[in-house]
Ligand binder design. Structure first.
Ligand SMILES: *[C@@H]1O[C@H](CO)[C@@H](O)[C@H](O)[C@H]1NC(C)=O
Ligand SMILES: *[C@@H]1O[C@H](CO)[C@@H](O)[C@H](O)[C@H]1NC(C)=O
Ligand SMILES: *[C@@H]1O[C@H](CO)[C@@H](O)[C@H](O)[C@H]1NC(C)=O
Ligand SMILES: *[C@@H]1O[C@H](CO)[C@@H](O)[C@H](O)[C@H]1NC(C)=O
Ligand SMILES: *[C@@H]1O[C@H](CO)[C@@H](O)[C@H](O)[C@H]1NC(C)=O
Length: 226
């Protein structure tokens, strides 16, 4: 009887534990909208961009309402919306309210991404991926994705390379100039020294000659003779 009791008791404990774990993982927010680890993109005008968004829910979904909104200078403009009846079913009543926008998500992969074709500079700005799961009594969840539209892609690495190259190049140039100057200075100094030496040598010769002639003074020799 006692072993039987113990066996019966164990699954209950496990269940409580599992419930606690699920609650702690899920936290208060059951639904989560996610626009990716890097929620912004720089796109060249005229290109097509994917605005990514996925949802995750611990408690599952029922008639999940989602929409994309564009922050047009403070006013939120609805771009598209739809409802997903239950987990892993495709959205129904997909509404698209803007040109060049297409829904490319799938309920099977919790994917509610959209594509904007041929982006213009007016498309740049903040896009909100919004979700509401009626299972949660109307709690709103959203994530923001920012789109930058540029004329030409600037490559950050390239600028850095250019900076490094110009720095190194500049350094080498400076070094060369320094070496040239040094060599030139040495050359000039050598020339001056040569000239000085010549002067010294010639004057030295003169001096010795003078000295010699000076030492060869006749008055000293005269006493010997005398
Ligand atoms: C992007 O914009 C620039 C400047 O307005 C324009 O010259 C260029 O043709 C545009 N490119 C595309 C693909 O629309
Ligand atoms: C945005 O709103 C501000 C204030 O209402 C206005 O001055 C500005 O011109 C607007 N910009 C655009 C691009 O509509
Ligand atoms: C969502 O679907 C689109 C279109 O199939 C795909 O390009 C994108 O990678 C998907 N995103 C995620 C996060 O699965
Ligand atoms: C995108 O622009 C190109 C060239 O202007 C055009 O041929 C194409 O139909 C456009 N696509 C969409 C979806 O607007
Ligand atoms: C949730 O979103 C809806 C629709 O956008 C809005 O009407 C409502 O005020 C929001 N509720 C909260 C609590 O933010």
């Amino acid at each position: 009887m006692e072993t039987h009791r113990g066996r019966k008791f164990l699954p209950d404990r496990r269940y409580t534990c599992l419930t606690l774990i699920v609650i702690s993982i899920c936290g208060i927010e059951a639904l989560e909208m996610n626009t990716g680890k890097i929620p912004f993109l720089e796109a060249v005008n005229g290109s097509d961009v994917l605005l990514p968004c996925t949802y995750a829910s611990c408690i599952g979904i029922t008639n999940l309402y989602f929409k994309w909104e564009f922050n047009d200078n403070g006013t939120m403009v609805k771009i598209m919306d739809s409802t997903i009846p239950t987990d892993f079913t495709e959205p129904s009543n997909v509404g698209v309210y803007r040109d060049r926008v297409e829904f490319v998500g799938s309920g099977k992969t919790n994917n509610v991404s959209i594509i904007i074709w041929n982006v213009t500079f007016e498309d740049a700005g903040e896009y909100t991926c919004f979700g509401k799961n009626p299972k949660e009594k109307g709690r709103n969840h959203s994530a923001i994705f920012t789109l930058y539209v540029v004329d030409e892609l600037r490559v950050v690495d390239n600028t850095l390379t250019v900076i490094i190259v110009s720095c190194v190049g500049g350094g080498i140039a400076l070094l060369m100039i320094f070496m040239l100057l040094k060599n030139f200075t040495l050359f000039v100094l050598a020339k001056i020294e040569e000239k000085n030496k010549e002067c010294l040598v010639s004057s030295g010769i003169d001096n010795t000659e003078n000295g010699l002639s000076g030492s060869k003074s006749t008055p000293k020799a005269t006493p010997k003779k005398a």
